[in-house]
Unconditional design. Structure first.
Length: 313
């Protein structure tokens, strides 16, 4: 509805500016101000039309994007293709809008003779100045090119689960020069586009949304691993969080005072995997507390009887 109102206003303004001379003459004929001069609107008719046509192109672009993306449901459970299209289309939209705005401003500036002369003078003596400006704008241009590269190569997409700067969250916005990540605690991490081309990061949903989660538990050497495996299967079969794909319990390390047990479980997406890991960890600890309390991690201290040693001597 809002876009339809914008389209109507834009078309109305185009019609008005196309016939601005006739409208002003008609107003002059009806008013008492016979000496009214249209020194502002009529000379700027060309520039006003450029603004309106640029606005019209942007409206049509947004309308076309909305119609195209209606075929893709990003809220669906299997939304890999939808996220891919949303990422590409949103970034392409920003690129096209940037180009439209840049061209519109350029055409408007060229219509002013004074600015045109200044521009010619700057270009004629812009040897060193051009180099300095180019170096100053290097980061901006690099960020723009990085945004375009992300749009086509897609190392990540909208709503991908990522780990960046030791923070876990979802890709919320992908812009030409920066990316917004919605962290698990609702904070927002904003990073320049160039960051993702220069630094490693984890993408947990690059090819699919399903993910494997790990849980580490430390116990005493006397624990029964077979019983723990049986209990793990029982826990997973009684929770809807598990996608029935991965169910593994392994002893991954042994230390002086305890053994390290790693549990691998799978879920349909990263938020569900997090909830499943928390659930499994809690239930396994409760099981050990109730059935194998002597197998909780403990520190052993051996005290030698001094009297015995003295009698031996």
């Amino acid at each position: 509805m809002k876009r339809s109102i914008q389209l109507t206003i834009c078309l109305l303004l185009i019609l008005i500016f196309f016939n601005i001379e006739g409208i002003i003459n008609y107003i002059n004929s009806l008013s008492n101000f016979k000496n009214y001069e249209s020194s502002l609107l009529v000379p700027q008719k060309h520039n006003l039309l450029i603004i309106c046509f640029a606005w019209l192109l942007i409206i049509f672009l947004k309308k076309g994007k909305a119609l195209f993306l209606k075929r893709y449901d990003i809220s669906a459970e299997d939304n890999l293709k939808a996220r891919k299209m949303y990422t590409q289309i949103n970034l392409l939209e920003k690129i096209i809008i940037f180009i439209i705005g840049l061209l519109a401003i350029g055409f408007i500036l060229l219509s002013f003779d004074s600015i045109k002369k200044i521009g010619y003078g700057i270009f004629a003596s812009a040897g060193l100045a051009g180099i300095i400006i180019g170096l100053s704008a290097q980061k901006v241009v690099g960020a723009l090119l990085a945004g375009i590269q992300i749009a086509f190569t897609q190392p990540f997409r909208i709503d991908d689960a990522v780990v960046v700067e030791n923070e876990w969250g979802w890709i919320e916005e992908i812009n030409l020069t920066y990316v917004v990540i919605r962290l698990w605690d609702k904070r927002r991490l904003v990073l320049p586009s160039t960051y993702f081309l220069e630094n490693p990061f984890q993408n947990w949903t690059r090819n699919s949304a399903d993910i494997i989660g790990s849980v580490f538990i430390h116990t005493d050497y006397r624990v029964s691993f077979d019983e723990l495996r049986t209990e793990l299967t029982h826990i997973l079969e009684n929770t809807p969080l598990w996608d029935k794909q991965v169910n593994v319990l392994q002893v991954t390390d042994s230390k002086e005072t305890s053994v390290e047990i790693r549990i691998l479980v799978s879920a349909k997406n990263s938020p569900t995997a997090w909830d499943l890991r928390v659930h499994v960890r809690e239930q396994m600890i409760v099981f050990i507390q109730k059935n194998y309390p002597e197998s909780l991690p403990r520190t052993r201290v051996y005290i030698e009887d001094s009297k015995t040693n003295s009698n031996k001597s």
